[in-house]
Design a protein around this ligand. Structure first.
Ligand SMILES: N[C@@H](CCC(=O)N[C@@H](CS)C(=O)NCC(=O)O)C(=O)O
Length: 228
């Protein structure tokens, strides 16, 4: 059994998306960020950086003591190693998936996260909003270009690289972005959103926190477009 210390944000969805894909048994341990539960002592013992997600695997492959992990990228790589799933077997493809995973955790996530911070800040700092808006749009452009003429971010199959990038890319409207200028990204978003495991992962979020944003599907965008 794996305890998933989780809240209903893009970084949290990555882990439930992986677990729903693979069917590994897990239970959610809510870390309600609105109640500052990320600062609770018990959570800090697992995640000293006071950010979720984190996991505790009570049944690690080596048969030893429980393993606690924080940082979504490290958790995804650990789960991929544990299951042998959602990571390419071929060395070059595996490294490709790894570099796109790192691109997300070191680039898209932090830049878009800073943008949200400055957009929501009571103190308005146009320079900061401008800087992170441009950088987030640039990163969306990189993702779109990567997905031109290929189905998935790395290798020939859906992988941890797609899972890591999806929940951030699906939040495009929070960053003031429209998908019209990112057609390859739009096609990929729809492909990931329609996976039953993705739908289950976001349903878990909705049950825990009805305010959690849900992905907007292509059909919904079409209806909105026609309504003007
Ligand atoms: N690099 C970390 C980022 C995790 C992160 O930023 N988590 C946010 C929510 S999406 C959080 O827990 N924030 C609480 C806080 O900053 O106090 C990862 O990829 O896991």
């Amino acid at each position: 059994m794996i305890d998933v210390h989780y809240w209903t944000t893009p970084n949290g969805h990555k882990i439930t998306m992986f677990l729903e894909e693979t069917g590994l048994p897990y239970r959610i341990v809510p870390v309600n960020l609105q109640k500052d539960e990320q600062f609770k002592e018990a959570f800090l013992q697992i995640a000293p950086n006071n950010k979720m997600p984190a996991i505790v695997d009570h049944d690690p492959l080596d048969g030893g003591d429980s393993i606690g992990l924080f940082e979504s990228g490290a958790i995804l790589l650990y789960l991929a190693e544990k299951t042998g799933k959602l990571i390419p077997g071929d060395l070059r493809e595996r490294m490709d998936a790894t570099q796109w995973l790192f691109w997300q955790v070191a680039g898209l996530g932090p830049m878009a996260g800073q943008l949200i911070f400055f957009l929501r800040s009571s103190e308005k700092i146009p320079f900061a909003v401008d800087r992170y808006t441009k950088e987030t749009a640039r990163l969306f452009g990189v993702l779109n270009k990567r997905l031109e003429n290929r189905e998935w971010l790395a290798g020939n199959a859906y992988s941890v690289a797609d899972i890591a990038a999806y929940s951030w890319a699906a939040s495009y409207s929070l960053f003031g972005l429209q998908l019209d200028v990112y057609p390859a990204l739009e096609r990929w978003l729809e492909a990931v959103a329609s996976r039953p495991a993705t739908e289950r992962a976001y349903a878990i979020a909705r049950d825990l926190n009805p305010q959690a944003p849900q992905p907007v599907r292509r059909a919904q965008r079409e209806v909105a477009r026609q309504a003007g």
